[in-house]
Design a protein around this ligand. Structure first.
Ligand code: ATP
Length: 293
């Protein structure tokens, strides 16, 4: 379904582009049809950057992305545009993605029109009912909706194009606790109904446990652990720390050292950790740590 290999993104800024941030560093990732892969990790670890790369919303510095047998990274812009309807984003801040001067009706109809699909009122009504809204919501402006309702609109817009793969980027984190569960439940119901694949980005480990078939843990641009039941039996020292809720300052991904990215903070480090560990598979779990090499 979706497979990326050696995916990297280096952001450059400043005079002569001298400041470099290795936001995504040599990531291999695979998401199967109908699968939910949760992506967890602290703020700044590169989760959103990875999600945006997989959707080709920005160009990777290095690496390949294959989607249903097509190599997106080699595709012409015109063909990529057609492919876009199959891959959608549900963002953290829906208010940034909707035109404040357009009624919800137009924001929902526009992508359907662009892709030559039926944008009739009847279609829009079915869509908003599917996400628990009513006809009156179609005739409101974004500022006349609550955060939860706005997120429902974003979900309706994403599924309207009958996608196969959706990146849900912290879709509930800006919402009240009471609304979070309803939105998460709805995303799960839609995933099942349409056999969708999700990359589900979240800070919320409890939510990840509930929604995910598999979980990937990201640290300083790299996936350090990936598998089933990652939270029940963590292998990587960083996953253990994340589970214990140990607070630490956000990792700077500038000037990566040659060794393990987690070296400075790792309670289990040894001499080997001055070199970068490879990802290995141990009992079906992928882990990037010398303790398991
Ligand atoms: N457009 C950009 N230009 C320069 N640096 C960027 C850009 N986007 C992200 N970064 C940097 O890349 C790193 C990863 O950011 P990213 O937003 O992907 O992390 P994240 O894990 O999604 O964080 P959060 O959970 O806070 O959203 C950070 O150091 C961030 O400052």
């Amino acid at each position: 379904m979706l497979k990326a290999k050696g995916l990297s993104k280096i952001f450059t800024s400043g005079l002569l582009s001298k400041q470099r941030v290795n936001a995504v560093d040599n990531v291999d990732i695979e998401i199967k049809q109908g699968e939910i892969l949760a992506l967890v990790g602290e703020s700044g670890s590169g989760k959103s950057s990875l999600g945006r790369l997989l959707l080709m919303l920005m160009q990777p510095t290095k690496g390949e992305i294959h989607f249903n047998g097509h190599e997106l990274t080699k595709m012409k812009k015109k063909d990529l545009r057609k492919m876009r309807k199959k891959m959608q984003l549900i963002p953290q801040h829906p208010e940034d993605s909707l035109d404040p001067l357009w009624k919800i009706y137009s924001s929902l109809a526009e992508p359907l029109r662009i892709h030559g699909l039926d944008a009739s009122k009847n279609t829009l009504l079915k869509l908003i009912e599917m996400v628990g809204l009513r006809e009156e919501h179609l005739y409101r402006y974004p500022h006349e909706l609550s955060g939860g309702e706005l997120q429902r609109v974003m979900i309706a817009r994403a599924i309207s194009l009958r996608p196969k793969f959706i990146v849900c980027d912290e879709p509930t984190s800006m919402l009240d606790m009471s609304v979070q569960a309803a939105i998460a439940r709805m995303l799960l119901a839609l995933q099942e109904k349409f056999g969708l694949s999700y990359l589900f980005i979240t800070h919320d480990l409890e939510l990840a446990k509930i929604v995910a078939h598999r979980t990937a843990v990201m640290y300083a641009g790299q996936i350090v652990e990936e598998g089933v039941d990652v939270f029940e039996s963590p292998f990587h020292p960083y996953t253990e720390m994340l589970l214990k809720g140990v607070k630490e300052p956000p990792e700077s991904t500038e000037k990566p050292p040659g060794g393990c990215r987690f070296y400075d903070k790792c309670p289990k480090k040894g001499p080997k950790c001055l070199t970068s560990p490879e990802m290995v598979t141990v009992n079906g779990r992928k882990v990037r740590c010398h303790l398991f090499a």
